[in-house]
Design a protein around this ligand. Structure first.
Ligand code: AG3
Length: 272
């Protein structure tokens, strides 16, 4: 059996041994056993996680903002129901982590069948809230770090790419970080993210390789009061191992090729 995800005239083909689980609620959630990438989480037909390369994504999404803070104690994760980002946050010396997931099916299926959370949901520092992240941000307290681990902004995640959402996040975070799509094959989604997120202070872009995401080259935005000063010190304090992330990878992730700098500048100038 083959799973195919298409995007703009190209795509990814993954050989699948079997479907392990599925649920239909506000989204279609599926977990597969694949031939080459271990287990794979797919939401509304789009690859979210494979066991093979989820650390490439989750470690960059989490350790880049966490290591950019002097001393992050409180963290908000919006999305991330698979628990991969949560697992990485807990490698830091944090006191409180709130995870806000809109779709309880994602948490239930992933805890039972994907198991990349490594027990993170049972940690006493963690509070899980089932709510729309866009609504939650309006009434919540402030956090040292806010991390947005959403799906592509076409379905339920669309409000997490809106200017009004970023405006509130800017007021409620020390450091903000969100995934921001493939700048190569999802140009319009990426540009929308760039334009709307300019309301976050010091907002800038970094990238990583994530082989099973569209075109394998993924972008993230970071903003707020982040600094390179603490990166090496915080890295030494991380509990457990990282498969992908280290300080050199952190620094080099901010080195952008000319075409990408140009794309960002152009989006900011035109406002779309
Ligand atoms: N969400 C961001 C990746 C989206 C991939 N998009 C796609 N395949 N079209 C990842 C969530 C994992 N915690």
């Amino acid at each position: 059996m083959e799973f195919v995800e298409r995007y703009n005239g190209c795509g990814l083909l993954v050989s699948v041994k079997k479907k392990i689980a599925e649920a239909y609620g506000i989204q279609k959630v599926e977990i597969f056993e694949t031939e080459s990438f271990g287990k794979m989480l797919v939401i509304d037909g789009k690859v979210q996680v494979t066991e093979f390369d989820e650390p490439f994504y989750h470690e960059m999404l989490v350790h880049v903002p966490m290591n950019s803070c002097k001393n992050a104690k409180s963290v908000l994760i919006i999305g991330g129901g698979d628990g991969g980002a949560l697992r990485e946050v807990l490698k830091h010396d944090v006191e409180k982590v709130v995870l806000v997931e809109i779709d309880n099916n994602v948490i239930e299926l992933c805890k039972k069948f994907l198991k990349i959370d490594a027990g993170a949901f049972d940690d006493s520092r963690v509070k899980v809230v089932i709510e729309d992240g866009r609504k939650f941000i309006e009434h919540c307290e402030t956090f040292d770090v806010i991390i947005v681990d959403g799906t592509d902004p076409v379905g339920v995640s669309d409000p997490l790419f809106g200017r009004d959402f970023f405006e509130i996040c800017n007021k409620k975070c020390g450091v903000f970080c969100s995934q921001s799509q493939s700048p190569l094959i999802q140009r319009q989604l990426f540009r929308k993210m760039i334009v709307n997120s300019t309301v976050i202070r010091n907002r800038t872009v970094f990238t990583s390789v994530v082989p099973t995401y569209p075109m394998a080259y993924w972008s993230f935005i970071i903003g707020g009061d982040f600094s390179f000063r603490y990166v090496r010190r915080n890295y030494r304090k991380i509990k457990g191992k990282t498969k992908h992330y280290n300080p050199e990878v952190h620094f080099s992730a901010f080195a952008l090729p000319n075409w990408l700098k140009e794309e960002i500048r152009d989006a900011e100038l035109r406002g779309n």
